[in-house]
Design a protein around this ligand. Sequence first.
Ligand code: EPZ
Length: 422
Amino acid sequence: MSKIYIEGGVPLKGRIRVKGAKNSCLPIMAASLLVPGEITLCEIPDLEDVRTMTSLLRLLGVKVRHDRRNEKVELDSRHLITCTAPYGPVRRMRASFLVAGPLLTRMGRARISHPGGCAIGVRPIDLHLKGLVAMGAEFTMGDGFIDIVAPRLTGAHIYLDYPSVGATENILMAAVLASGTTRIDNAAAEPEVVDLANFLSSLGARIEGAGSSLITVEGVSSLKGGLAKPYTVIPDRIEAGTFMAAAAMTGGDLIIENVIPGHLTAVSAKLTEAGAEVETADSRTIRVRPRGRPRAVEIKTLPYPGFPTDLQPQFMALLTLAQGTSVIRETVFEKRFTQVEELARMGARIRIEGRSAIITGRQFLQGAAVRAADLRGGASLVLAGLAARGITEIRGLHHIRRGYSRLVGRLRSVGARIFISP
Ligand code: EPZ
């Protein structure tokens, strides 16, 4: 299995460009099932999760061409051949469940292998099902599959007990062609939800309130594929935040291009509080320069616009080097501390109390052999290796490849001594 080797202690300097958002690509690719026509998507990075979604859509009968070099994906969902999403792709990627709403709309049925949990939590789908049932669907569970049927979806007023991103997206995709009006109350407001809504609107959907807690959808009779111009997904705010933390940890000076600063307000605020200089150079660029050793801060992960849970592990790595004691409270996922033991192997001093991590900062981390258990935990270990003294060897590269495209090469381009060994 490939490993990442890092010789730490090198300040990252230069310009690095953020790629398209993984968590926009996946729902938008799933939404192509709604359109019996050709769709072109731009800024789609070559990620393992994009490859998994591509293979799932092909199993369903979608023609998919991913021009990896130009980060463009062409999809044609005219001839679907099955409504079953099998165990393989669903087990590899829980976001496969995002085909439920579109399949139900298009074929009146969605038979999906149960996505199960993952390293960071149980990951229930009760809110997805609650919304679809409210719109007239019925489901049964058996032989490892969830079998959802709905001859016709009708608009409904749905209250989400938690502003679930995936549930909001599945219900939104089911609502755009349902008969009547759907209101999603306590909806997720993440930028990726807005991106999905903008994509659907570009095809003729009638959606209001995306980005707020109340989304209203007027069902239409059809969506227009083929005629619509190519759709470009938003930049990945989580990748941008990862690079921001890397600059702060290595004492570097990074100019991070192709960002939307408004999507990073909480992240920039926290980094500034920790003592880094965060400058919005222009509407699509952020410059990060630390001023000495980071200062301890308190972080609480929350639904957007709160501090994103997907940057909690990366900021934990930063805070292991801070002056003073920091506290991170992870309110979104119940097990998202997989990186703690591995960071401790590098000398970090972290104590877990329930859903809180108490981090006593140290002057230095020491390189070590560590293992990634999930995507963002793996990113956290890369950052720690970049800042540590000596050599860090990271196993579990496949986790990192799910959400970061060509990460090693891009970090090397700003000075990191990092490479992949066979
Ligand atoms: C999306 O996952 C993202 N994935 C996650 O990013 C991200 O961490 C998460 O939103 C939160 O922002 C994609 O967009 C593909 P949720 P999702 O439904 O939709 C509870 C990454 O690293 N919940 O908002 O699965 C759930 O238990 C990934 O890129 C229910 O209770 O997240 C959790 O506590 C990791 N019932 C909370 O909501 C449900 O039916 C947040 O989950 C659904 C969710």
